[in-house]
Ligand binder design. Structure first.
Ligand SMILES: Cc1ncc(COP(=O)(O)O)c(C=O)c1O
Length: 368
């Protein structure tokens, strides 16, 4: 049996009859950049996230950059964990900020609120928690610390469309949030796309202005911005797909529960923990084992794809040599990241495929 890591084709086939007429409508309307399809999606997505505004941009990295840039000044320090995708810290730097790392919790894999205050300096202006793998970070203590020290909070919700924290939607809790709609995400476009959500008029205005050359009126420029607009096709695709997202999320949660049934209690395997405050949307289903490289190649031999999210903690990346970090600086991150392996996870995955993957994991553990 072959089990791919994600199966975008299966999903496309299930919604083909809804997608194609919308793509044709974009052509008929020649609404290729921003336009009515994007606007309609922005309104629907803001509602879905329980936020006042959703501003569509060209990808999640831009969403992170603009959400951060809207609130910091050049040189400000921005706290984030070292086990996120590289885009988060690229965006902090592109926004003029300086990334400062804080270690994670061993059970949630998200930033450890208990370690944030020690990293705050007079230059700290913002915290960027990541809702990693689809599980919200522990937002209440993070918001309390931010309030106490007068800091902004931008949620990196690139992996957490539709996740909840104590009944509140990811993307509605911080001062702003950034979403990616990269094709493999829980809500994925058919190309690059992203969005910022916020309840703040000022942040929304800044993002709208900056994404379109600093211009509200054609050829009149209030600030120097950039071209970070969403394409009309992506707005149309996302509008169709958003209606299916709750059902797809249920399927992801069902699939995670099935994996858990097979794998929890297996000696040598740590399954993901859904925290009591969270509704996890399982963008990724990540287990921990002692020999993840060995397991990955064993699975590959059985036709099963898997991945590392991520391979190297950010503080040990060559790109950040200049920060002067060394092994041991963020021990929980380093320990967890040596053990993680992401198993296939997508809404269309069958119970039979899950059983096949879980059995292969168990076989490998029994052999080693
Ligand atoms: C946590 C995180 N932040 C930011 C991004 C950047 O999003 P994009 O790939 O759409 O630029 C991603 C997605 O890859 C991500 O997983």
């Amino acid at each position: 049996m072959k089990v791919p890591f994600v199966d975008l084709k299966a999903q496309y086939q299930s919604i083909r009859s809804e997608i194609l007429p919308q793509l044709e409508a974009v052509c008929e309307n020649t609404s290729f950049v921003l336009g009515p399809f994007v606007k309609e999606f922005e309104e629907a997505y803001a509602k879905f996230c329980d936020a006042k505004h959703a501003i569509a941009v060209n990808n999640g990295t831009s969403a992170d950059q603009l959400a951060i840039m809207a609130m910091i000044k050049p040189g400000d320090e921005v706290i984030t964990p070292p086990n996120t995708f590289f885009a988060t810290t690229e965006a902090i730097t592109a926004a003029g900020g300086k990334p400062v790392f804080v270690d994670i919790e061993e059970d949630s894999y998200n930033i450890d609120p208990a370690k944030i205050e020690a990293a705050i300096t007079p230059k700290t202006r913002m915290i960027v928690p990541i809702h990693l793998y689809g599980q919200p970070a522990d937002m209440d203590p993070i918001m309390d610390i931010a309030k106490k020290h007068n800091l902004y909070v931008v949620e990196d919700a690139a992996q957490a469309h539709g996740a909840d924290y104590k009944g509140r939607r990811a993307g509605s809790i911080g001062d702003a949030a950034a979403f990616s709609f990269y094709p493999g995400k829980n809500l994925g476009a058919y190309g690059e796309a992203g969005a910022v959500t916020t309840n703040s008029e000022e942040v929304a205005d800044f993002v709208k202005l900056y994404r379109d050359h600093g211009s509200k009126t054609k050829y009149v420029h209030d600030i120097e911005g950039h071209n970070m607009r969403m394409s009309g096709f992506q707005g149309a695709v996302l509008g169709v797909k958003l209606k299916h997202l709750p059902g797809w999320t249920d399927n992801r949660r069902r699939n995670a529960a099935l994996y858990n049934e097979h794998l929890s209690g297996v000696d040598g395997v740590i399954t993901p923990k859904e925290m009591p405050y969270a509704k996890h949307v399982y963008h990724l289903y990540v287990i921990r084992v002692k020999n993840r490289e060995g397991l990955q190649s064993y699975l590959a031999d059985q036709g099963i794809a898997s991945g590392f999210h991520y391979k190297i903690p950010l503080h040990l990346q060559k790109a950040y040599e200049g920060m002067g970090h060394k092994s041991g600086d963020f021990p929980v991150t380093e320990k967890v990241m040596e053990e993680i392996l992401s198993l296939p996870m997508y809404p269309e995955l069958s119970a039979e495929q899950i059983a096949y993957v879980a059995n292969a994991v168990k076989e490998f553990i029994a052999k080693s």
